[in-house]
Design a protein around this ligand. Sequence first.
Ligand code: SIN
Length: 486
Amino acid sequence: MEKAEQDLIDKTPNQLYIGGKWRGASSGATLKVEDPSTGEVLGEVADATPEDAVAALDAAVEVQREWAHHPPRERGEILRRAFELMNERIEELALLLTLEMGKPLKESQAEVTYGSEFLRWFSEEAVRISGRYSTAPTGQGRLLTMKQPVGPCLLITPWNFPIAMGTRKIGPAIAAGCTMVMKPAQLTPFSMLALAGILEEAGLPPGVFNVVTSSSSGPIMGPLIEDRRSRKLSFTGSTEVGQKLMAQASENLLRLSMELGGNAPFLVFEDADLEAAVKGAMIAKMRNIGESCVAANRFHVHESVADDFTERLGEAMGALTVGRGTKEGVDVGPLIDDKQRSIVSDLVDDAVGRGAKAIVGGGRVEGPGYFYEPTVLAQVPEDAQCLRKEIFGPVAPVIGFAEEEEAIRWANDSEFGLVAYVYTRDFDRALRVVEGLETGMVGLNQGLVSNPAAPFGGVKHSGFGREGGAEGIEEYLANKYVAVAT
Ligand code: SIN
């Protein structure tokens, strides 16, 4: 690790943030954080005990009432200041993201920008919370509805976008007047601790936002999910873990937002602009090294253009530079750990074993770190596992189709329903296909749907609830109806 990198790690908070105070775990335990590009230890953070987590919830509960009455304008201004601070510190935050998560610096900068925009968006939403007033249909009585913060929230975020997946929960929670306990992924805790420091500096009162880092989520979050004082759980992560959390949360009837796995189809029709389709495919596939729930997981391409598309995609993928994300000119960083790399590698081996051709890549990169080659698989057979499972890596399987109906059927043949990408220049077809897709989002002639001003979220086993857009704050508000006698 270079000196500037070590200095950055050394000055980043590494303790729990509870009730506005930084403190170690009550057991004194710490957990090690690794650089996935070298496998070396970057540093250590506090490893919270269940008692520490309860202390974080105590702090959130204690100030909930006061925070709910904090003027919306001031809540918005705190978010706005935090947005500005994030942008002033973009270089440092980006380096921290790259060090602990592995993505190339330019992508880390894009994540800081994307993440900060959630704070700006919700700083503007804080003052737009409203209700309704109407006359009862009989003419007697008035109906008044108001929106109030749901109360203390439990937030659990993943390692793939350690900052942005946090800000899109924190932003609306602050705007709505909710307090929080945040549990970031154990693989990438530093970025969230840095963000906690920024929120503190932006003037967020003690206790509103609390962070517990831990080597194991279940033992510390389980008791909070069961605690009658918690009101909501927002989780981003795998469907499998989401289902377990949901079962646990059902005992306590928590409000839930679940942003879970995906298996995004990328459809290219015969009338598509192929150059644009390949450009979009590179973003949809390779953003975040393919480690994204909105990553294009399978490419369904009309058989008349499949060879052409595959060749162009192969050229673009083959031209990418793999390496440590801090190095100039690197396009593709390491996967998060060896387990993830093995999942990717097994899926490629399975497809090749069933007859697919790796026209580019197809293997691990030797040396330290968890690198995998950008890979394009042609002529992928229908029974290949990579068409069914979330790859979460830099692998693009291509499969041909003959008819529009077949493409839609294929696209929907998944338990997931987060996002789909569609490339066509035929407007009628675009509408038909978009309406036929069982997903929460569609990228029409574009490979990126993520936008803080839009409602991000899925259907089916990709979860429920929306993050961002006008819908995002609703997840943190409860409706109260008042029957007024006249
Ligand atoms: C995710 O991968 O969980 C979300 C990615 C995004 O917001 O673009």
